[in-house]
Design a binder for this molecule. Structure first.
Ligand code: NAD
Ligand code: AHE
Ligand code: ZN
Ligand code: ZN
Length: 372
């Protein structure tokens, strides 16, 4: 196979608008697959890396990690997918053979983590370039390109019946929220849950909490425009910290007669992470950090909060093992167990992708889906 041209949104430097251009893409090498991206969501993590606060963001880069696509060509030795298969790229791959995969305790496969974090394919090079200058990959996926090359172990083969322009959201946001509730927290019927941040992730946490039959679901955001959707999806209480002149954790502890069983931080704000921990019930409450905070930022609380039984955890991709478990999430969607339409507040072509970032920063969108 020859090198091809692909239309992509290139981030040439931190904080700069993405530039839509034709760039060069080398064919897939051993263990790699050429995928045509049909649609991709825009997640806050893309904006985070574009901002320059991600220690792993290496420019120029092609962002995007919430995609759905179709296999176009196979590199040498690829056996688990075929041309024409529908796939969701995985920023958390699953090799099945590394210490992490074999442990059965985590979804954090480390087989290609080092090169992935440097914006490189597993052999230490890039497939993307422009005028001979390498353009870096992002999270092993780079879905803001019509064609992208992805390691075989980072592709989940899904049902061909699933609409890629919707189930692309299972490539990150929705799976992250559903999985954090079911796999990381293991919320049980009757539990009280607090969700901080009502973007794509927080709203998926709400759906997950409803599926787990949580008794009460408190939805917290400083943008009251998010409350209607949160209620529609099943939040029982909505709380705007700006309406109170005391710490929001104190408000929630009072509202719930001692604190919540589980809280989820879905923002990436280290101060809110503290509130999320401290609104948990003494003796057993657990707080799950999902939000991604910038380089150099740290969380803090009084150790007494943990001594007295609260637990701090984190969750990446909802603890979901992509190749073996994600196809089932797609099937659950097809079976009508949860919906995705509410998340998709905007759709547009790649040429308008900067608008998607503006809408996110203005708090006007949940998810924009880019159609190629
Ligand atoms: P988003 O921008 O769509 O939503 C964030 C929400 O937080 C917004 O509604 C905003 O109004 C609200 N918010 C901001 N500051 C707040 C505050 N101080 N108090 C209360 N609410 C506040 O973002 P998203 O796409 O839903 O992503 C949320 C976070 O999750 C990001 O940090 C993202 O990087 C991270 N993320 C992590 C994973 C993972 O696997 N751990 C996966 C996806 C996203
Ligand atoms: N590169 C950042 C860390 C970013 C991060 O935490 N990413 C999440 C997924 S966010 C998806 O929207 C994740 O899965 N992390 C696990 C991993 O191995 O990256 C940094 O701080 O260096
Ligand atoms: Zn994401
Ligand atoms: Zn592995």
């Amino acid at each position: 196979m020859e090198a091809i041209k692909t239309r992509a949104a290139v981030a040439w430097g931190p904080g700069q608008p993405l530039s839509i251009e034709e760039i060069d893409l080398l064919p897939p090498r051993r263990g790699e697959v050429l995928v045509r991206i049909v649609a991709t969501g825009v997640c806050h993590t893309d904006a985070f890396t574009l901002s320059g606060r991600d220690p792993e963001g290496k420019f120029p880069i092609i962002l995007g990690h919430e995609g759905g696509g179709i296999v176009e060509a196979l590199g040498e030795g690829v056996t688990s997918v075929e041309v024409g298969d529908h796939v969701i790229p995985l920023y958390t791959p699953e090799c099945g053979q590394c210490k992490f995969c074999k442990s059965g305790k985590t979804n954090l496969c480390q087989a290609i983590r080092a090169t992935q974090g440097q914006g490189l394919m597993p052999d230490g090079t890039t497939r993307f370039s422009k005028g001979g200058t390498p353009v870096y990959h992002y999270m092993g996926t780079s879905t803001f390109s019509e064609y992208t090359v992805i390691p075989e172990i980072a592709l989940a083969k899904i049902s061909r019946e699933a609409p890629l322009e919707k189930v692309c959201l299972l490539g990150c946001g929705v799976t992250t929220g559903l999985g954090a509730v079911a796999n990381t927290a293991k919320v049980k019927a009757g539990d009280t849950v607090a969700v901080f941040g009502l973007g794509g992730i927080g709203l998926a946490v709400i759906i997950g909490a409803v599926l787990a039959k949580a008794g009460r679901i408190l939805a917290i955001d400083i943008n009251p425009e998010k409350f209607e959707i949160a209620r529609q999806l099943g939040a029982t209480d909505v709380v705007n910290p700006k309406d109170y002149d005391k710490p929001i954790q104190d408000v929630i502890v009072e509202m719930t007669g001692g604190g919540v069983d589980f809280s989820f931080e879905c923002i990436g704000n280290v101060k809110v992470m503290r509130s999320a921990l401290e609104c948990c019930h003494k003796g057993w409450g657990e707080s799950v950090i999902i939000g991604v905070a910038g380089a150099g930022e740290e969380i803090c609380t009084r150790p007494f909060q943990l001594v007295t039984g609260r637990v701090w955890r984190g969750s990446a991709f909802g603890g979901v093992k992509g190749r073996t478990e994600l196809p089932r999430y797609v099937q659950r969607y097809l079976d009508g167990e949860f919906e995705l339409d509410t998340f998709i507040t905007h759709t547009m072509g790649l040429e308008d992708i900067n608008k998607a970032f503006d809408l996110m920063h203005e708090g006007k969108s949940i998810r924009t889906v880019i159609h190629f």
